[in-house]
Design a protein around this ligand. Structure first.
Ligand SMILES: [Zn+2]
Length: 67
């Protein structure tokens, strides 16, 4: 799936690693659930626009998250 920049409609560069300076474990997105498997989590990735520098976060495991 292509990711298009929201600001300038340029195709963005995907799969950039997200980390906080001084902490290389990245950013984790977690959703709480009911029942046995009571949470699901995914590591956030970033896509970067090579034209204007806009950054968007996303996860690959979005289908595992409930609406
Ligand atoms: Zn852009």
């Amino acid at each position: 799936m292509k990711r298009i920049c929201h600001q300038c409609q340029t195709e963005m560069i995907k799969d950039c690693k997200v980390s906080v300076e001084g902490d290389f474990s990245g950013i984790k997105i977690t959703q709480k659930r009911k029942g046995m498997f009571n949470s699901i989590s995914a590591k956030a990735k970033a896509s970067v626009c090579p034209n204007c520098g806009y950054v968007a976060f996303y996860i690959d495991e979005f289908k595992d998250f409930d609406k």
